[in-house]
Write a protein that binds this ligand. Structure first.
Ligand SMILES: *Cc1c(COP(=O)(O)O)cnc(C)c1O
Length: 356
C-alpha cells in the first residue's frame, strides 16, 4: 500500500521542548500515522502520515463500550552521529498482531505498518531528543470504531501511531525500586488476555498500583491468579531473579506479557554464559532465598526503563531487602549493554537495531 504523507508546514510546527525536562508522555509530536480498516470495504486502506489532531468518533464506537483496544510501546534513539535508531520494531508489530488475534481484531499488514512507522519517525525526526538517555517513545494503537452496540467483533477499526519525546528514565543514575507484592489483586488469569497488550489489562491494574503507591511502593508484583503463589510480573515489566549463580524468570505461561526487553535480556544473559532458566518461581522461594542471602539480584525488564533494579520486596507485612537495596552487577551490565546497542554505540550482532 502507498502511504500518503501530509506534513505540517514548517512555520506551524510545535516548539521543540527542552530535552532535559521531558517527563513521560505529556507532549506529542507534529504528526501521527493513521490507517483505517473496514471489513466490508476490503480491509486496511488509505495509510497516511498526517498532522497530529483529535479524532471524531461516534459515541457508539465499540471501543467505548466493549474495549477492543490494543497498543504497543517502542522507542527511537538518537545515536552519537545523529542517526535515528529503532529497536526491534518488527517484533512490536508482530506482537500487536498476536494481541489483535486474541481480541478478534484484524491483523495489521506488517510491511505497511512498519513502513508507516518509519515514515512517521522520518517526518518527526527532529523530535528524537539528543539529551543523554532521552528518547522518542512510539505508541502504535488499534481501536474498534464501528458504531454498534451488539457484543461481537467490530467491522471497523483505526490503527494509529503517536509519538512523545521522553526524558531519561534515570536522570540521576539507577534508583532501585521498592515493590509491593499483592496477594489481594490479580492482573490476568489463565485463558484470559494477560499475554495481549490489551488496554483493559491496564485499567484492571490501576487500583493495586494506587494502593501500593499510597504505602510508599513504586510498583506491584503480581502473583498467579489461581494459587496466588507464583511470580508473574512487576507492574508493566517482566521480572528476573538471580539466585545463587542462576538467573530465573517466569515462563511465558499465557498470563504474562511476552516482553521484547525480556527476550533481549535472555539472549544477552545466555550469550554471556550465565545459567538461565525460564520456570515457575514461587514468592516463597524468592523470600527464602532472600533470607538465606542467596537472592543476589532482582530486576524488571521493559521498554520504558530497559532494566529496573528491585531493591526490596514487601509481602504480607514483611520486607525483603535485595543486594542491600543496591543495583546488582547483572542488572547494571544488561542496562549498559542494551542501551549501548539501542543508541548504536555497541555492535549489534543480533540485528535488533534498524537505522533510519
Ligand atoms: C509492555 C509490557 C511489558 C514489557 O514489554 P517490552 O516489550 O519489554 O516493553 C511487560 N509486562 C507488561 C504487562 C507490559 O504491558
Amino acid at each position: 500500500m502507498e502511504i500518503t504523507i501530509h506534513e505540517v508546514a514548517a512555520a506551524e510546527r510545535k516548539p521543540r521542548p527542552d530535552g532535559t525536562a521531558l517527563g513521560f508522555g505529556q507532549l506529542f509530536t507534529d504528526h501521527m500515522f493513521v490507517m483505517p480498516y473496514d471489513a466490508v470495504k476490503g480491509g486496511w486502506h488509505d495509510p497516511e502520515v498526517r498532522p497530529y489532531t483529535n479524532f471524531s468518533l461516534d459515541p457508539a464506537a465499540m471501543v467505548f463500550h466493549y474495549g477492543q483496544a490494543i497498543f504497543e510501546g517502542l522507542k527511537a534513539y538518537r545515536g552519537g552521529n545523529g542517526a535515528v535508531h529503532l529497536f526491534r520494531p518488527t517484533a512490536n508489530l508482530a506482537r500487536m498482531n498476536i494481541s489483535a488475534s486474541r481480541l478478534c481484531m484484524p491483523a495489521l499488514p506488517l510491511e505497511t505498518a512498519l513502513a508507516g512507522l518509519k515514515a512517521l519517525v522520518r517526518s518527526d525526526a527532529d523530535w528524537v531528543p539528543s539529551a543523554p538517555g532521552a528518547t522518542l517513545y512510539i505508541r502504535p494503537t488499534m481501536v474498534a470504531t464501528e458504531a454498534a452496540l451488539g457484543v461481537r467483533p467490530a467491522k471497523q477499526y483505526l490503527f494509529f501511531i503517536i509519538m512523545s519525546p521522553v526524558g531519561a528514565y534515570y536522570p540521576e543514575g539507577f534508583n532501585p525500586v521498592k515493590i509491593y507484592v499483592t496477594d489481594q489483586y490479580v492482573r490476568a488469569v489463565p485463558g484470559g488476555v494477560g499475554a495481549a497488550k490489551a488496554a483493559g489489562n491496564y485499567a484492571a491494574s490501576i487500583r493495586a498500583a494506587e494502593e501500593a503507591k499510597k504505602q510508599g511502593f513504586t510498583q506491584v508484583l503480581w502473583l498467579d491468579a489461581c494459587e496466588r503463589r507464583y511470580v508473574e510480573e512487576v507492574g508493566t515489566m517482566n521480572i528476573f531473579f538471580v539466585i545463587g549463580d542462576e538467573v530465573i524468570t517466569p515462563p511465558l505461561s499465557g498470563s504474562i506479557l511476552p516482553g521484547i526487553t525480556r527476550d533481549s535480556a535472555l539472549r544477552l544473559i545466555r550469550d554471556w554464559g550465565y545459567p538461565v532458566v525460564e520456570r515457575p518461581i514461587s514468592i516463597d522461594e524468592v523470600l527464602e532465598a532472600g533470607g538465606r542471602d542467596t537472592l543476589k539480584e532482582a530486576f524488571g525488564t521493559g521498554t520504558a526503563a530497559v532494566i529496573s533494579p528491585v531493591g526490596a520486596l514487601h509481602y504480607q507485612g514483611r520486607d525483603c531487602v535485595i543486594n542491600g537495596g543496591k543495583t546488582g552487577a547483572l542488572s547494571q551490565r544488561l542496562f549498559d549493554e542494551l542501551q549501548a546497542i539501542q543508541y548504536g554505540r555497541a555492535r549489534d550482532p543480533y540485528g535488533w537495531v534498524e537505522t533510519l
